[in-house]
Design a protein around this ligand. Sequence first.
Ligand SMILES: NC(=O)c1ccc[n+]([C@@H]2O[C@H](COP(=O)([O-])OP(=O)(O)OC[C@H]3O[C@@H](n4cnc5c(N)ncnc54)[C@H](OP(=O)(O)O)[C@@H]3O)[C@@H](O)[C@H]2O)c1
Length: 263
Amino acid sequence: MSVRPVCVITGASSGLGRGLARRLAREGYAVALLARRREPMEELAAEVAAAGGRAAVYVCDVTVRHEVLKAVEGARQDLGPVDLLVANAGISINTRVENFDAEAVERVIRTNFLGAVYAVEAVLPEMLGRRTGHLVAVSSLAGFGGLPLSAAYSASKAALTNFFESLRLDLRGTGVWVTVISPGFVKTPMTSHNRHPMPFLLDLDDAVERMVRGIRARKKSLVFPRRLGAVVWAARLLPRTWYDALASRIDRRKSPEAGGPGG
Ligand SMILES: NC(=O)c1ccc[n+]([C@@H]2O[C@H](COP(=O)([O-])OP(=O)(O)OC[C@H]3O[C@@H](n4cnc5c(N)ncnc54)[C@H](OP(=O)(O)O)[C@@H]3O)[C@@H](O)[C@H]2O)c1
């Protein structure tokens, strides 16, 4: 058993999850890496071990509830009780009004929203029992309002944000903390094929650093970059005609089908 605090990260094979796992391992966490692709996680685990840290790999599809429960149980057996959950796994599929495809919407909701719900189910009882723990959701500024071609993604992130916000209220006084992180655009494989404008695009390391600081400070909500966050927030208050004109400037049609809005 490890004496290090234990962190479970979903979507640890790539992008923000991978960066966060590497960074949290450096902070002293034993990290449980969860995603579908084993190889990149094995590479990361070896890298963490070589640097004197601890990481273990659990291949799992977050859309399958029993796989998530099994993976987290494996992490608990191997590393110890879970102190920190980072529910980060996510996909982005453009939603098109022509050839509208509810199955694609289901895939996005299952991954981005239900995947996080299953991870919470896997860690929460023990956290409540121990009266300590931290639940972190990697949501998105896209959850603050509808964006072109983004119906599924925006809806999944709005659900995720509100779900964790409700949990935060219900968990007051229990010793379990909740943080919702809403990044704007970050350079990761998810956004690498985007051709539409990505204002205030952040480097991965910069984003990871901000996220780790927010987690360490147990912030209730972390929105970055601030300037884009302010624009998005203000846009919520605009008359809808003005909002439509502004939001339509993000022309996702220039981006490939399964690219990603990200932010
Ligand atoms: N990049 C941005 O601009 C941005 C902005 C705001 C929010 N976000 C959010 O940040 C999170 C990470 O995104 P990213 O940009 O780092 O994207 P990414 O590089 O594409 O990483 C996505 C991760 O999610 C995992 N994943 C996807 N479907 C999964 C499934 N069914 N089961 C298990 N794991 C699954 C992937 O692993 P496998 O494919 O190996 O399963 C991968 O590790 C997402 O929730 C995204 O919505 C990103």
